[in-house]
Design a protein around this ligand. Sequence first.
Ligand SMILES: Nc1nc2c(c(=O)[nH]1)N[C@H]1C(S)=C(S)[C@@H](COP(=O)(O)O)O[C@H]1N2
Ligand SMILES: [Mo]
Length: 566
Amino acid sequence: MQVVPIQLDTTNRPDEWKIEQGLAGHKLPILDQSGDEIIHLYPPKPQKRVKNDEAITAVGDRDRLFKREKEGWRGYVEWENYPEKKAKAHTILTSQTFDPTPDFMFGPIPDSNPVLTGEDFKQWHRALGGELESVPDDSWRIVLREKHPDMLHLLQFPYNGEPPKRLVTSKVITPNPLHFVRNHGGIPLIDKDEWRLVLDGLVNMPKSYTLDDLQDESRFPQVRTEVTIQCSGTRRIEQISRYGGQGDEVPQAPWAEGAIGTARYKGISLKKVIKDCGGLVKPAKHLELYGAETYVKDLEVMNYLVSVPWSKVKANEVLLVWEMNGEPLPKIHGYPLRVVVLGYIGARSVKWLYRIKAIENVSVAPVQSKEYLYFNQQVGKYNQRPTDGIQIQEMPVSSAIMSPWNKQAIIHNGKIHCKGWAYSGGGRWPERVELSADGGFSWYSVPDENLSKKGRWIWRTWEFELPCEVEGWIEIVCRCWDNAINTQPLDVRASWNWGLHVTQSAHRISVYSINKSRELTRKRIEKMDQLGIPLAPLTQYQIGPGQTWEEYNEYKSTHEPRDVQD
Ligand SMILES: Nc1nc2c(c(=O)[nH]1)N[C@H]1C(S)=C(S)[C@@H](COP(=O)(O)O)O[C@H]1N2
Ligand SMILES: [Mo]
């Protein structure tokens, strides 16, 4: 008899089963079936950083090249006026390698706060040096000074943070320290007396304004309004949990439901300032807005630029504001002056505004033209082109449950107390909020008196006692209908897109219902309490019989046996 040696498959790893089960997607090889042979493409090993010192030195003195543009504007380097400077910065960034961002979408999300630290962005700033050297540290200092200690720091630099769920809707107007922050770069520290706003491009009389000019009520009537700003990345974590994707330009902030905030702003309408410049000159149709910080995209260096259409400005829906909830704009929110575009995604509300340029077409700056795009679901990483995406402006109707939390066990008396928010972009407002305790089969509407008041540009917070008869795992779903009778798709898969933007699907959470209005449940819990048996954790085997032997025998003696008799 011939003995066949057993071939050990040595490609197995200790965590093979995890990899096979999709629990360690960051280690999973790509399966290439396109050639004659099947190939497994494994993720590359971390590379050592390399640097071409000669090429970098040849660019010149970084302190001189990337110096502060103006006194009193710490952290501001002007790029848009100096193409050669941009080219030099690009040379520096492409003459060396940097640490890659960790893959938290397929890999484990760190337990830390800050969740992600943004090493790549920090390294780019330090590689450029000059004025940018101290920007990451300066910015973090401002975060610690201006934000609530309980903020969830999703990304340390550029800073991206949101309040924890219990504080998102604790007030209809979000206190400044709890308002989410979404930054693409550092926080410029600008002296308001040195600050100027330039309005140029296709206007009759280009001008420069001081803050006092803009605050002069005899020149510009002041506007006070409550506005909800929502980032198009809000609730991205639900898309990530389903499938990984490109996420945003800045290392894919894994936003939950808190990337939305509401404040009372004071400022003026941009339309009036344009009038003050003698109006637009043909063929101006858009206003390009410039933010003072440095942003790095595809190793190109730039200021933060987007544009808004003139039609939006003409409708008095683009504001220049200096006050947020009765205080001067916090540094982290754009001090001394920012844009607030009513009903558009947050990305258009430029902070640290220093220039407005009237232009003919939509800005081609990367934040406007290559980011904040909503792709068709089948557009993937290797076939997407910016022109395939819809530029996101108005957010669709959306809502979210802030309490209870996903996977939470809830002891209740037949009703589960829920609370959350609802919002619709573009000047529409929530008319009805509905909740389901059975995964979306039947819906209850939240009574109107349980919703905060309506407004064209603000969210509505709500609370509701959701009837729930059943015991065990249930799926609570929340959806909103706005005043145009738009509503939310029922599953996150319906809105999933490679860019992980606009998570507008009905918000779903799974909770474990412990219904004390059921006698058996109530008695069992009382008994456990008497015996000192703890309730948590839910999944642990519980010692202690659910029935006494007397009860068991009584049942058996009065019911038919399990097997039928012959
Ligand atoms: N200058 C500048 N303005 C900016 C940004 C930025 O990174 N730089 N981020 C935008 C985005 S994407 C959003 S969602 C909002 C967030 O505003 P907040 O940080 O005040 O909440 O600011 C917008 N304005
Ligand atoms: Mo955003």
